[in-house]
Design a protein around this ligand. Structure first.
Ligand SMILES: *Cc1c(COP(=O)(O)O)cnc(C)c1O
Length: 228
């Protein structure tokens, strides 16, 4: 195995162990490989190690990689901040958008997805631990957003996404509680199956609290050249 394959095997083992501790089946946690700042060749190698879901934060960088890797069947996730004037490319090119925190963004994504054969999967981003400078809606706004967004035609509203401050496991527990509480607001509750939380440093706590998708960059690809 090369070093990327080893890193992936190691992360999968960590997920497996975290699941075993709480008697969850490891297949209930998806590993999203966060590849921002890393070159297409690194994604290609990770793909050869059977990784299929990749997360990118910057639109232009992601579009360049999609072009370079168009021969692969990658499931592309956008996990960066969603700017209103960039929704068209997100709606047309990605399978998932995690950072939806306003109705207007969801409405634009839905109408711009219209000609695509599959609905766009989205998560509502919540500022679960009241950070001042963070994106995400307030926890108190989630119920109404779920009610409204779940009725839009070209989206599958799958769940919630959170990025709490470091060393705050309680935030994951709060997110899980909110995730369960607002399910009743969903027009199609059977689609509500995704809790996107946990990164390289805190994936164990996130899985213990009920994460179904961990977004892991550094532990798979190594340190990034610039911090995000
Ligand atoms: C960069 C990033 C990650 C990955 O973080 P690591 O600490 O490198 O695992 C996960 N989620 C989001 C939203 C990110 O921006």
């Amino acid at each position: 195995m090369n070093s990327l394959q080893l890193a992936r095997a190691h992360v999968l083992q960590q997920i497996q162990e975290a699941c075993q501790q709480i008697h969850r089946d490891e297949s209930t946690v998806t590993l999203l490989a966060v590849s921002k700042t890393h070159p297409s060749e690194a994604l290609r190698e990770m793909y050869a190690a059977e990784q299929r879901a990749f997360g990118e934060n910057y639109l232009q960088e992601a579009l360049d990689k999609m072009q370079a890797l168009q021969d692969l069947s990658i499931e592309w996730h956008f996990i960066g901040h969603v700017q209103r004037n960039k929704t068209k490319h997100l709606a047309e090119k990605f399978a998932w958008v995690h950072g939806v925190d306003r109705l207007i963004i969801a409405e634009r994504l839905s109408s711009q997805r219209e000609s695509h054969p599959e609905p766009l999967n989205i998560c509502v981003q919540v500022n679960i631990d009241a950070q001042e400078s963070k994106d995400g809606c307030q926890p108190a706004e989630v119920a109404e957003l779920v009610q409204q967004i779940s009725r839009l035609p070209h989206l599958n509203l799958r769940g919630l996404m959170v990025i709490p401050a470091p060393n705050n496991p309680q935030a994951f527990i709060d997110a899980k509680q909110l995730f369960e509480d607002v399910r009743v607001q969903h027009a199609h509750p059977e689609l509500w199956d995704t809790l996107s939380m946990g990164m390289s440093a805190d994936m164990n706590d996130a899985i213990a609290a009920g994460s179904t998708m961990v977004r892991v960059g550094t532990a798979l690809f190594g340190a990034r050249d610039y911090l995000d």
